[in-house]
Design a binder for this molecule. Structure first.
Ligand SMILES: Cc1ncc(C[n+]2csc(CCOP(=O)(O)OP(=O)(O)O)c2C)c(N)n1
Ligand SMILES: [Mg+2]
Length: 470
């Protein structure tokens, strides 16, 4: 008996009736569980919980132990039991052990018991907690600074999604690459870009990680292998695929044997309907690239419900269609995300190819700070707010004696100081000179608002002559 499950058509009736109100509130099929769809060369594909993969491994261990038991128990019982009874017991033992194993796995899947094999160490727990707190406090501070007029343009916050960034990125090495979207501050922070450099970038100052030229949506740091921040949805996915190709090329063509770098491409549910996603899944599978496609499914693309916009809302199922595993994970639970991330990153590092991971998550604020967030159902927001990934993880750390209240408080205090310091640093940093606009944009900037003399046309008093004045 295994955990094979038949794939059912998505039962939510939203697509049939465009007027139907999305009700992701409590009808989520997924939260709390982790599912994996493996690509198999045969025609049959089975749906497993990730725990059943390890259960398959565990079952083989059980089978090995059973042969030991067979030998040992035969020796001990030989004098007191008849041969036929011994044989009956030995035959029954594997089945009984497997049955008990299955019961244990079922209880794990139902979250009635915790699988102790998967837990993290105290140091890892504190590192992940600190990273999640940094993401949350940093974003809250961004909201304050934005409304005080310190930032310009669109600013998209990550509140609620921290388990995805911390769950994945804290497992990476420095040489590994991260590619993000316009919701990118926290990915950059998790990858080690200093809070000062991210905040200064948001303030448009020269000390920012892009010298103030990128702003909120374009965090970039060659030093930390953060290859952007992309405002156009889906644009980061081919860049990430290219980075993964570079790793493979270095290892296999340039014979840099120690180059086992992996790339994480983060993007949203709405973006997963974009053609670049499909093209890159194809290429990554074809060339077995060391990349993980991490879909942060927060159920909304601005004001469009994922369930109304996507023919099959279970994005993870697209992995096997392209020849790679697809996994669905509860993106509000950093431990589950980390478990899935570990396996996918390990696969990529060993040269076994890409994985598609769909993390079901939720953003606690509007699409951007300019969004009044009036479209989403208050019940839906309350449902996910009650599953705040940071609160859950804090509870876990304390209940499992991995940290005390005082230790976690000390981390929170430290992060408050880090973020305060980042704001002061950004505020005091110099703004770029106007001439910086000419740098790193066009090889020859003439014609793009700049006259042949290298000066801005708008500085010419005659520039707006004959046009409507704005
Ligand atoms: C190529 C392109 N088309 C349209 C847009 C406008 N746009 C900005 S955000 C967005 C929704 C993306 O939603 P999702 O991928 O779910 O990411 P989330 O904002 O939820 O993190 C769209 C369509 C864009 N930025 N780029
Ligand atoms: Mg989304």
């Amino acid at each position: 008996m295994g955990f094979a499950r038949v794939i059912q058509p998505h039962p939510l009736p939203l697509l049939a009736d465009p007027r139907a109100k999305p009700t992701a509130t409590t009808s989520s099929l997924f939260l709390g569980s982790t599912r994996t769809l493996r690509h198999t060369p045969a025609h049959t594909q089975t749906l497993h919980h990730t725990r059943s993969i390890s259960s398959a491994q565990r079952r083989s261990v059980v089978a090995a132990n059973v042969s030991d038991v067979k030998l040992k128990s035969s020796a001990n019982l030989v004098s007191s039991l008849s041969l036929s009874l011994q044989i009956a017991i030995c035959r029954a033992l594997p089945c009984m052990l497997e049955f008990m194993q299955t019961i244990v796995e079922l209880l794990i899947d139902m979250d009635l018991i915790v699988n102790r094999d998967k837990l993290l160490t105290k140091e890892e727990g504190l590192e992940v907690y600190e990273d999640m707190i940094l993401g949350r406090v940093f974003e809250d501070m961004c909201a304050q600074m934005y409304y005080r007029g310190k930032m310009f343009g669109f600013v998209h916050l990550y509140n609620g999604q921290e388990a995805v960034s911390s769950g994945f990125i804290k497992l990476l090495k420095k040489e590994d690459t991260v590619v993000s979207t316009y919701r990118d501050h926290v990915h950059a922070l998790s990858k080690g870009v200093p809070a000062r450099a991210v905040m200064s970038e948001l303030f448009g100052k020269t000390t920012g990680c892009c010298r103030g030229q990128g702003g909120s949506m374009h965090m970039f740091s060659a030093e930390h292998n953060v290859l952007g921040g992309f405002a156009f949805i889906g644009e980061g996915i081919p860049v990430a695929t290219g980075a993964a190709f570079t790793s493979k090329y270095k290892r296999e063509v340039l014979k840099e044997a120690d180059c086992d770098h992996v790339t994480l491409a983060f993007f949203g549910d709405g973006t997963a309907n974009n053609g670049q996603f499909f093209e890159c899944l194809n290429m990554a599978a074809l060339w077995k690239l060391p990349i993980i496609f991490v879909v942060e499914n927060n159920l909304w693309a601005i004001g469009m419900s994922h369930l109304r916009a996507t023919s099959d809302p279970e994005i993870w199922k697209k992995g096997p269609a392209f020849g790679m595993p697809g996994v669905h994970v509860d993106g509000m639970d950093v431990l589950k995300v980390r478990e899935v991330a570990k396996e996918a990153i390990g696969r990529a590092r060993r040269g076994e190819g890409p994985t598609l991971v769909e993390c079901e998550t939720y953003r606690f604020r509007g699409h951007s700070l300019a969004d009044p967030d009036e479209l989403r159902d208050p019940d839906e927001k309350a449902h996910y707010a009650a599953r705040d990934p940071i609160t859950q993880f804090k509870k876990y750390l304390i209940e499992n004696k991995l940290a005390s209240e005082a230790e976690l408080k000390a981390i929170e205090k430290k992060i408050d100081e880090v973020v305060e310091d980042a704001v002061e640093f950004a505020d005091e940093s110099p703004a770029p000179s106007r001439s910086q606009l000419l740098e790193n944009v066009f090889a020859d900037p003439r014609g793009f608002g700049i006259g042949p003399d290298g000066r801005y046309r708008c500085e010419d008093p005659k520039f707006t002559e004959g046009t409507a004045q704005v």
